[in-house]
Design a protein around this ligand. Structure first.
Ligand code: AMP
Ligand code: GLY
Length: 421
């Protein structure tokens, strides 16, 4: 079978790497991919927002399975378009993708189906939103409703900053049309974990838990990024907590999807905040997390092609998901300056010296055969180990072999896991 992976990040490199291990796969294409995917797949130049071109490519090349990385293509209805033409695709339909594309939609879904989440209100009028903030006792988080490339969540320090955040979103439209409405939520204090789940709308099966590190600098300082590193599983998600998550969150998600005839066949990313041992949902995403995918998928022992096809055919209940008992640590190497201004085009050396870890590319490109930097998050190293400290030590030993001008990575990925033991 031929497969198409849509996207160009570390997540997509990881997915292509795993799909390529299946005996069912004869060829993989990536649209548009990066220098890493070029070594295991054929990159095609079509960008993720050209759904019509992707469809023609899939038809012309008899693609048997399309796996979608980024949320935008799903929110734009790529799954609907492909399925209408009889193509198998791993990713939710447009209506279901609103669980990520509209925070209001997600919060309403959670409220209706009694899924624990922070208290909230929705506003499109700035004066009313500010009056609400004045009326509540608790600290708030202000979120643009729509997709804002991970930047639409503002965490004000006081009421004044909260009012400024409302003006930014609703009045100045800092996030464009994504900020036509905003969600104001109670701020929860706790520890975050990610639970990626395979879901076919009828059955939901969690993957191993993980914990992302979103801030740019050590000690969770600096600006928010797409993710600077991650480890899996996280001891924050104990068996006791997982039982609560299943009963109060996952089972209710499935009941809700069935009640609302939501066609969700893909990965549901459940962003959790654990407050005094109780799980709350901070957000849903409708795709693999990045970098979470880069530790979770290497721990999957089952054939990813089988899993994706079963999800697409609503047969997830029949799939036996097998997981390694090892631990994984992933450290992201970024361009200095990320998530703000940074330079591109620097040659990357030492990739061939990495022996005991996987290197997944994100913002890389080929320039006359030389791998060069081409994005904020450039690449990352995933190491496995029998213990988490082993995985962390290996990841850091291997990452030192890779070099490029202005490289930046955090030195404390996974360190906070020991707090949960
Ligand atoms: P979201 O995109 O909704 O997950 O928000 C991005 C980040 O903002 C989360 O990973 C949290 O760190 C933070 N956040 C979002 N909602 C809340 C909340 N209600 N309380 C505290 N932190 C939050
Ligand atoms: N790592 C966070 C995300 O993928 O949204």
């Amino acid at each position: 079978m031929k497969a198409l992976v849509v996207g160009s990040g570390g997540r997509e490199h990881t997915l292509a790497w795993k799909l390529a291990q299946s005996p069912k796969i004869e060829k993989i294409y990536c649209a548009p991919g990066n220098a890493g995917t070029a070594s295991i797949a054929e990159n095609i130049s079509t960008g993720v927002d050209y759904i019509g071109s992707l469809l023609s490519f899939a038809i012309d090349n008899e693609i048997g399975l399309t796996v979608v990385g980024p949320e935008m293509a799903l929110a734009d209805g790529i799954a609907d378009v492909f399925e209408r033409q009889g193509l198998k695709i791993f990713g939710p339909r447009q209506q279901a993708a609103q669980l990520e594309a509209s925070k209001t939609f997600a919060k309403q879904f959670m409220k209706k189906h009694a899924i624990p989440t922070a208290a909230y209100e929705v506003f499109s009028n700035a004066a009313q939103a500010k009056a609400y903030i004045e009326s509540v006792e608790y600290d708030v988080v202000v979120k643009a409703d729509g997709l804002a490339a991970g930047k639409g969540v503002l965490i004000p320090k006081n009421k004044e900053e909260a009012c400024a955040a409302i003006d930014d979103i609703l009045e100045r439209r800092a996030f464009g049309p994504a900020g036509a409405t905003c969600v104001i939520e109670q701020r929860l204090e706790g520890d975050e974990a990610t639970l990626l789940c395979f879901c076919d709308g009828v059955t939901i099966k969690p993957m191993v838990s993980s914990q992302d590190h979103k801030r740019a600098l050590d000690g969770d300082q600096g600006l928010n990024t797409g993710g600077m590193g991650v480890y899996a599983p996280t001891p924050l998600v104990t068996d006791v907590l997982m039982a609560k998550v299943k009963e109060q969150i996952l089972d209710r998600i499935i009941a809700g999807m069935q009640a609302e005839e939501m066609d969700f066949r893909g990965v549901l990313y459940v962003g959790l905040m654990i407050v005094k041992g109780e799980p709350y949902v901070l957000e849903f995403n409708v795709r693999f997390g990045d970098p979470e995918c880069q530790v979770v998928i290497p721990l999957l022992e089952s054939d990813l092609v089988d899993v994706c096809l079963a999800v697409a055919e609503r047969k997830l209940a029949d799939v036996d998901l097998r997981w390694s008992t090892q631990h994984a640590c992933h450290v992201t190497m970024a361009s200095g300056g990320y998530p703000q201004k940074f330079e591109r085009g620097f040659p990357i050396s030492g990739l061939d010296k990495v022996e005991n870890a996987l290197v997944f590319h994100a913002g890389t490109a080929l320039d006359n055969g030389q791998v060069v930097t081409s994005g904020g998050r450039v690449l990352g190293v995933t190491a496995l180990g029998d213990t988490l400290p082993d995985a962390i030590a290996t990841a850091y030993r291997e990452i030192e072999k890779i070099d490029f001008k202005n490289k930046h990575y955090r030195t404390d990925i996974g360190a906070k896991a020991s707090r949960y033991l």
